[in-house]
Every structure is written in C-alpha cells, then in structure tokens.
Design a protein around this ligand. Structure first.
Ligand code: FAD
Length: 503
C-alpha cells in the first residue's frame, strides 16, 4: 500500500468514531481520506464483542448517529448483531467502504516537521497524511489479569471480546473471571448450558433493574412514517440520562439509587450469604453501574458458585485462590475489560520532539477538549482523554468531537494554515479545570478501584459532568487556543517548511 503523495486525512479505526468522522468529512466535500483498520471488517466494538447476550446499555435511539436514525431497532437496547448491521449499513449508504484499508494496522506515526505531515507506518506499508485522526477506540484492546500461571492453562481460554464460538461449553466446568459490564451479559446466557460455573468476583458491581423491551410494530411504523417522533424520543432519552449525572455529584441522589439497587438484590437473591457477597462495598457510580434483570437470577442457580477469594495462580487444569482452594475447570473466560488508561496507540505516535505520547503522558493521558495534544500538530483524537461517560451515549461525545475536527479543518482551509497545534498553556488550563470538576465526585472518593482512574490515581478517562457543556465547548474551533503554522515553499521543487505561527 506504499503511497507517496500525502493524503489529506488518515483515520485510524472503523467503529462509531472512525466511520462517523469519514461520513461527515465526505459530507463536507473532503474525499481525500483513508480509514486504516487492523481487522477485516468495520464495526469496532460491535464487530469484536460477539459474546452471547451482548447489547448496548444505553437506549438505541440515543446510541446511534443523530444523522442516521434507525426506525427499525428491535428492542429498546439492541443486541450486538443489530448494532453491527446498523454500522455496516450506514457506512455503505454513505460510500465509506471504498476508503477503508482492511488488515492495515497503524504501527507508528511520526510528525515530520519539515514537510508538515504525518509519516505513517502500517502493516501494509508506509504512507503520509496531513492530518491524523486517532479513532482507535477506548475499549478495543482486551486486558488480561496479571495472575501467575495464566499461560500454563491447558484447557480452552478466551477473552469475552474474542469469544470462541467454535468451542462448545455444554456441560463443561467453566470459570468466568470478572464481573463487569460484559460478564453480567454473557453469564446468564451460558449458565443454563454449562455443567458448573465459577464466577470469580473481585468487586461486586452495583446492579440496577433493566428496562429493556421489544419495540412494538406500532412504534417502528411511527418512526418510519414520522421521523420527528423518533427525534423527540431521542431528545427525551438524552435529557433523562443527563439527569443521571446528579447521582455522581449529589450524595442524596446516589443514596436513593443505592437503595433501589439493594432492593433489586434483595428481591432476586434470597440466600443471605450470597447476598452478602454480592453487596457492593463502595459508593454507587464509582464503577460503571450495570443494568440487568438476569445477573442475580443466574447467580442463584445450583450450578453457579460466586468466588470472592482472590485468584493467586492458574494451573494447567485449575484455578487456585488465596484461601488455598483449587477448582478444576475446562474453560476460562476472561471478562477482564480493556486497556483503557494505557491505550496501546500512545506508544506508536511520536510528536514534534520525537517522543511518544506514552512518554509524554507518563500514565496520565491528557488532551485539550479530549481531542488535541500540545506537541502533536494535526493530530485529533476521538474519544480521547476525559471524554468517557458513565451515564449516557458516547456517540454524543463522538459527534461533538467530529464537529470540532471539521471546524478545525475548515479554519485551516480558510486561513491557509498547514498546521494547528494546541498551545501547552491552553491544554494545562483546560486540564486544571477538569481536575477541579472531578474533585469530590464519586469516581475519586467513592472507595473503589476502577478503569476510570489511571495508575497515577488521576481521572484521565471520564468527562466529569453533563454532556451538553462538552457539546457547547466543541461547537466551534477556538483558534485562540492554537498556534497555526503556515507552510511556505523554500525552493521550486516544492520543498516546504513551517514558516510562521500566529495566534
Ligand atoms: C461490550 C461493550 C458494550 C458497550 N456498550 C456501550 C453502550 O451501550 N453505550 C456506550 O456509550 N458505549 C458502549 N461501549 C463503549 C464503546 O466502546 C463505544 O460506545 C464505541 O463503540 C467506541 O467506538 P470507537 O469507534 O471510538 O471505538 P471502537 O469501536 O473500539 O473502534 C476502534 C477501531 O479501531 C481499530 N484499531 C485500533 N487500533 C488500531 C491500529 N493501531 N491500527 C488500525 N486499526 C486499529 C479497531 O480494530 C477498531 O475497529 C461498549 C463497549 C463494549 C466493549
């Protein structure tokens, strides 16, 4: 795929972020773009997570693009195959697929200050691009626990994001490690099929009743024939979910929801000993709140054991816990999440001074408006640092960022600038403000360990408040926070260099 002419835009990833970016770029008349996708299909999260029971936990009317409403969702929280179909159909309808370079992993990207573009090495060859959009996903690289002996296990083992559909779990002794958002969806699906299920829980999640239901034919017909009705529903869901922020910021609201959750536990788990194990010991919201009606009923089944002792070792056919117990298992399923605060792409992107983002960040990701980073011109993150959410649809954040990137490119075109680079002071002030907003919230004072908080104890993932202020902040590209570089030709052969930067 070696290409010598610089492309205008290279986008890494084809999930909601990469596809949304490409669609909107094309709508704005920018067709000189490529999407680099390491896999053989589009879809990101919704291509990789095919485990039984996988579905979104934000209502589909909101967990979809505003510019591509789908009147045909089968249920209020749609299952994974439908979301993947939606992404495929939307990408195809907008003519994105010809721009995707499949099986093409971005291996490194280095800023070339002389020529003012990104030098990109991929698994399929080298290329250059004026602008790099990193839409590699917040939850796209599975994380495995650090337990001695994991590699010695001789049975079947896989991560929930790499489900082994060839493997039949019927009648097996299965260990599930982790009780997060994925495990609570697949455990109830596999429990009736397996012989014995050991669920290894480090921390009990807060679980709330789930309001999933099939969409009626009348609703679907209404949305098809009268699209404003779906828009109104979307708006209603959006504002209802915004009110969830109160639970993170106001203790009284948090306590009320904790009571609802504990009632849910009491009504579904009668055994006091098991209930004790399943009662969270930290404040609700500190980790992701999990909506499900099926989790507790699965755990009370006679073939299920909830193990709260820490795992100390994995042996060829068993798992050993801190109390010395050993459980023989045929299969281990890791529901252990993703590299969230240590995104692998940070090791692959080098900025103006040749340092990787991982070196600059030292364990605490940081950006301006979750999108741009000082020292890394013409680089835009989607779902970058501090854009994650615990209460509503990330697609809202993605679309906000896409608008911001489009306006940045628009500004470059109109001002003749070849580079935009956020000023270090603007980035520092923005992050100081985020730190102030995070102070006292449940995420840092709720008494849990979560993937929201990085190894330095810092919130580098979550947007700490309502999402509408983020939309306001990203509505327009704020040129004053940036240095704009202008390319001038130094010789007739078109050898260019950065000439100036202005406010
Ligand atoms: C099971 C599950 C359920 C979820 N449910 C919800 C929900 O209900 N609501 C919600 O708001 N969020 C949910 N999320 C979060 C979800 O990750 C985001 O909503 C959204 O899908 C992120 O889209 P993305 O395009 O940014 O990233 P992704 O969908 O992860 O896409 C990233 C893409 O980049 C590719 N890629 C990565 N690195 C490279 C590289 N170096 N070179 C080339 N390609 C690369 C990957 O292969 C992938 O295709 C869920 C996540 C999971 C795992």
């Amino acid at each position: 795929m070696t290409q010598h002419r610089p492309l205008r835009v290279a986008i890494v990833g084809t999930g909601f972020s990469g596809l949304g970016m490409a669609i909107r770029l094309q709508q704005e008349g920018e067709h000189d773009l490529v999407l680099l996708e390491r896999a053989g299909d589009i879809g990101g999260t919704w291509r990789d997570n095919t485990y039984p029971g996988c579905r979104c936990d934000v209502p589909s009317h909101l967990y979809s693009f505003s510019f591509a409403p789908n009147p045909n969702w089968s249920s209020t929280f749609s299952p994974q195959p439908e979301i993947l179909d939606y992404l495929r159909e939307t990408a195809s309808r907008h003519g994105i697929l010809p721009h995707v370079s499949f099986h093409t992993e971005l291996e490194s990207a280095s800023w070339d200050d002389e020529h003012q573009h990104w030098r990109i090495e991929t698994s399929q060859g080298a290329m250059t691009a004026d602008v790099l959009v990193a839409a590699q996903g917040p939850l796209s690289d599975p994380s495995m626990p650090n337990v001695p002996g994991i590699d010695t296990f001789e049975g079947t083992a896989f991560h929930s994001a790499q489900w082994d559909h060839e493997h039949d779990l019927e009648g097996e002794r299965v260990a599930v490690i982790g009780t997060g958002a994925s495990a609570i969806q697949f455990v109830p699906e596999i429990q009736p099929r397996v012989g014995k299920l050991h669920v290894f829980q480090r921390t009990a999640p807060w679980v709330i009743p789930h309001r999933n239901r099939p969409m009626t034919r009348v609703e679907r017909a209404l949305y098809r024939l009268f699209p404003p009705a779906q828009l109104a529903m979307r708006a209603g869901i959006y504002w209802a979910r915004e009110s969830f922020v109160l639970q993170f910021r106001r203790r009284a609201v948090g306590k009320l929801l904790e009571r609802i959750s504990l009632k849910h536990l009491e009504s579904q788990v009668k055994d006091p000993e098991l209930r004790e194990k399943l009662t969270p010991r930290y404040r609700m919201g500190c980790k992701r709140i999990l909506p499900t009606d099926e989790w507790y009923p699965a755990l009370v089944k006679p073939n299920v054991e909830v193990v709260t002792e820490a795992i100390t070792e994995v042996r060829p056919h068993s798992i050993v816990t801190a109390d010395g117990s050993e459980r023989e298992v045929d299969t281990i399923i890791y529901g252990t999440g993703f590299h969230v605060t240590d995104v692998p792409i940070a090791n692959r992107i080098r900025g103006r001074e040749g340092r990787t983002l991982a070196q600059v960040w030292s364990g605490s990701m940081q950006a301006y408006k979750g999108t741009t980073v000082a020292g890394y011109p013409n680089l835009f993150f989607l779902v970058g640092p501090n854009t994650g959410l615990g209460h509503t649809s990330i697609v809202f954040m993605i679309e906000s960022q896409i608008n911001y990137v489009l306006d940045a490119l628009h500004t470059m075109r109109h001002s003749g600038a070849s580079t935009v680079e956020v000023r270090a002071e603007a980035q520092a002030a923005y992050n100081a403000e985020l730190d102030r907003m995070t102070e006292g919230t449940v995420w840092v004072s709720g008494g849990c360990q979560s993937y929201y908080i990085d190894r330095n104890g810092h919130n580098s993932t979550l947007w700490p408040t309502y999402t509408w202020p983020f939309r306001q902040r990203t509505r327009e590209f704020d040129e004053a926070a940036y240095a704009l570089g202008v390319r001038v030709s130094t010789n007739g052969a078109g050898h260019d260099r950065a000439a100036a930067a202005h406010a």
